[in-house]
Design a protein around this ligand. Structure first.
Ligand SMILES: [Zn+2]
Length: 188
């Protein structure tokens, strides 16, 4: 994948949030969207990296949750190959979240690109980061890396980090399910 690890994290966070917080089906199982404290916990889980789970204030969770339906629409447009729509949705997210680029220093003296939101509070910061991740995926023509599961009775999303970019399913569970179904169809 041509994304650097920062962008890849933002995209991974986007796909986790969409999969946990938008209604639909996960391999035939209906999604139960959490509310209240369970919602904050789910957001924290989706934003866990290197074993570190952030504690999510409920106001912050609401800000992040507020953009998740549009993040999902970007994955759907990408999956349909509708780049214009994906770009328009992403530009709208950039405007709404007030995302602004900033260079942050690394310990080795180099600088890397980060995005901040309208404020540095948890919710606005992450919302802007998610929008920025999508922007960078589209801006380097890697929109094809975002997809919606093509298995039956599933609409969860994924970020394809395979070398040749041929991923079709959200999980190995869906992949195995479809493989088994194809196998059964051949037996008939
Ligand atoms: Zn799936």
């Amino acid at each position: 994948m041509r994304f650097d690890s920062h962008i890849e994290r933002l995209l991974t966070a986007s796909s986790r949030l969409v999969n946990r917080l938008t209604p639909g089906l996960d391999g035939g199982r209906p999604i139960v969207v959490p509310t209240g404290t369970a919602l904050s916990a789910a957001v924290g889980e989706a934003l866990t990296f290197d074993g570190r789970t952030p504690s999510v204030p409920s106001a912050g969770a609401q800000v992040v949750v507020g953009i998740v339906p549009d993040v999902r629409r970007v994955f759907e447009a990408a999956s349909d190959g509708d780049i214009t729509r994906a770009a328009q949705l992403t530009n709208d997210l950039l405007g709404r979240t007030g995302a602004r680029p900033q260079l942050n220093p690394d310990p080795d003296g180099t600088w890397h690109l980060h995005f901040h939101g309208a404020s540095n509070h948890f919710g606005p910061g992450w919302a802007a980061g998610l929008a920025a991740g999508l922007t960078m995926a589209l801006g380097v023509d890697e929109i094809g890396r975002l997809g919606v599961c093509s298995a039956d009775r599933c609409d969860r999303v994924y970020v394809d980090s395979s070398r040749n970019g041929t991923r079709q399913f959200c999980s190995t569970r869906c992949q195995n399910r479809m493989k088994a179904a194809a196998h059964r169809a051949r037996q008939k």
